[in-house]
Design a binder for this molecule. Sequence first.
Ligand code: G
Ligand code: G
Ligand code: MN
Ligand code: NA
Length: 254
Amino acid sequence: LDLELALRDAIEQQELSLYYQPKVCAKDQSPQGFEALLRWNRPGLGFVPPDRFVPIAEDCGLIGQIGAWALAEACRQIACWEAAGYGSQQVAINVSVRQLIHDDLAGMIREECERHRISPSLLEVEVTESCVMSNPEQTTPVLEALKRMQVRIAIDDFGTGHSSLAYLRRLPVDIIKIDKSFVQEAMSDKATAAIVKTIIELSKTLEMQVVAEGVETAEQAAMLADNGCDSLQGYFFSRPLPPEDIARQWHAGP
Ligand code: G
Ligand code: G
Ligand code: MN
Ligand code: NA
């Protein structure tokens, strides 16, 4: 409850920020875009992990406000990097099921992209399988509306939720993100390695891009590239960083 009150304040006091984690091409490790991740820095107390405050925000109805802020901030950042001569960068945002069902996400994205004069095709929306499958009748039309606007759709944490493969085929999904738990176990466990290969093959069959999350070692990166994974993300390449550090370490100068 304390945290809920503090979180209400955090929005007004501008204590929230976005960090960005690079995604690289598996073949040549060239940068391909970024995932935006919420950070809450409480004055004098340090960072509260999103695993703690996002569920609270979802339960108490603050996630709409926070999600709207994150979307606007990501669009502002894309425009800012473009203006600085860093080119058009692809940015993924994480979206909760409430935002998908109760907010006019497509309308909000259209508005923010117009405001900042950026192409909606630079945005990627990450949703979990459980989020989509919990209410396919309501979530599917939203995803289809986003798709028509050329927003890219990624299924996050793939393999951990209740997925329906039959349903996945009919969703307008562009990208599958292999959950980091599989990536981390694949080197020591044959069955998990087989799951990773199967997800990669599935994504090829469905003509989707496949991204591996949680890549922490060169061995994992090599195994994933050898098996045809398209993109890699994880601490081996970079932790999530504030935008100043991204500009310094990841954007080639103008
Ligand atoms: O940043 P970190 O890797 O600790 O993120 C932990 C969790 O918080 C992840 O599951 C991530 O999807 C979620 N998360 C991070 N940023 C956002 C956001 O902007 N919106 C929502 N809904 N979830 C987020
Ligand atoms: O659920 P989602 O995939 O949106 O969240 C990504 C989470 O994974 C974030 O909390 C991010 O900080 C974390 N993360 C990103 N790369 C790595 C990694 O290489 N190892 C581990 N353990 N966590 C990672
Ligand atoms: Mn994510
Ligand atoms: Na994930």
